[in-house]
Design a protein. Structure first.
Length: 378
């Protein structure tokens, strides 16, 4: 038996999503920017239909969705686009210490261009204290960016409260919702989000396709394009559109909206069963706030063992020690370290991220296999 518990890394493409995509590879292969014939018109209509579906998932207007190659590009477009557009006001950007590498590395680049980056600490449970944000925003702050739900621990930030603080100081608010969209309800208007990057392959859509939500009013957000050449996506992101990927993204968002609550109930039960049984082993603890987290994510420390070695013995079970983007790095998780975890805790931690196709049979197999390996290693 091979079991996949690494859905925060990527998800399988849903069969309905695949069926939606297939015609745009072979039968309806037109370029969405070709306005002189039916092949282009069909492709353009597919893109606009998908734009509506993507927008509906986060309660946005379809004109506020800019398609990209994924969340990383969307993050770069949002952060660099704001910096280039608003640096006449100031060059100060605020983030948290538990952001994804896509945000951290983008900020490192912006620092080389003169940006001042403030990285706020989080509490041991992974949540940002709103007073920390209030303390550091000033008249030079042009952007606050806070990860909606953490990819390693699943911890969900108090986004609405943080956006209110930002707006009260006249600062734009961005939230990387790559892990949140499709798993929990995300409403850009209720949450007060001005820029929101997310990706298709985290919600059973294809890799290589993502989007950036850019607010059109109250306030109207202006960003500078980072890719030039053709003026696609209302001048914000040039390049021939990935029509099959975008069609699949739209279908995946539509399915996520329909299945979200049923998926959450199913997956929460699986996670609770997994955690309760593993905590009973002794020497196992949960990292991060257990009340405000994604229903599918469990970050567990197995005290006294090296997670990297432990995972090798669990070769039938696909799990991770942290983000897929940093899995080749030997350093302990920057997320857990930012939560005041010791090196011992960080190196002994494993992330389980469940998905809609996982079963109780797989959970019970995983529990028995971990018991066998863990008790031998103690």
């Amino acid at each position: 038996m091979q079991i996949y518990f690494d859905h925060n890394s990527t998800t399988p493409v849903d069969p309905e999503v695949l069926q939606c995509m297939l015609p745009y590879f072979t039968e309806q292969y037109g370029n969405a920017a070709s306005r002189t014939h039916s092949f282009g018109w069909v492709a353009e209509q597919a893109v606009e239909d998908a734009r509506k579906q993507v927008a509906m998932l986060i309660n946005a207007e379809e004109q506020e969705i800019v398609f990209t190659s994924g969340a990383t590009e969307a993050i770069n477009l949002g952060m660099k686009g704001v910096f280039e557009t608003h640096q006449n006001k100031g060059k100060h950007i605020i983030i948290t210490a538990t952001e994804h590498r896509a945000v951290l590395d983008t900020c490192s680049h912006l620092e080389s261009l003169g940006a001042k980056i403030t990285m706020l600490p989080v509490q041991p449970d992974g949540l940002l204290d709103p007073e920390e944000l209030n303390k550091f925003i000033d008249e030079q702050t042009i952007l606050v960016s806070v990860l909606y739900a953490n990819n390693e621990t699943g911890v969900i930030q108090n986004v609405k409260q943080l956006s209110e603080i930002s707006h009260a100081k006249g600062t734009l608010f961005m939230s990387d919702a790559t892990q949140a969209c499709g798993k929990i309800r995300v409403d850009v208007n209720e949450d007060g989000i001005d820029l929101l990057p997310f990706s298709a392959h985290k919600l059973y859509g294809p890799k290589g396709c993502g989007a950036l939500y850019v607010r059109r009013k109250n306030p109207r957000v202006k960003i500078r394009a980072q890719i030039d050449g053709g003026g696609h996506e209302r001048g914000m992101r040039s390049g021939t559109l990935n029509v099959p990927g975008i069609a699949g993204f739209g279908k995946a968002c539509s399915l996520a909206a329909q299945r979200m609550w049923d998926d959450s109930r199913h997956i929460s039960l699986l996670r609770t069963t997994l955690e309760q049984n593993l905590l009973d082993l002794g020497g196992v603890s949960i990292n991060g706030n257990t009340r405000q987290r994604l229903p599918n994510t469990s970050n567990l420390s197995f005290h006294g063992i090296q997670a990297s070695t432990f995972i090798k013995d669990l070769f039938q079970i696909a799990v991770a020690t942290g983000s897929a983007c940093t899995s080749a790095l030997p350093e302990p998780s920057h997320v857990l370290k930012a939560m005041s975890a010791s090196d011992e805790i960080a190196y002994s931690s494993i992330r389980f991220s469940l998905g809609r196709t996982n079963t109780m049979e797989e959970i019970m197999f995983c529990i028995e296999k971990i018991k066998e390996v863990y008790l031998k290693s103690k």
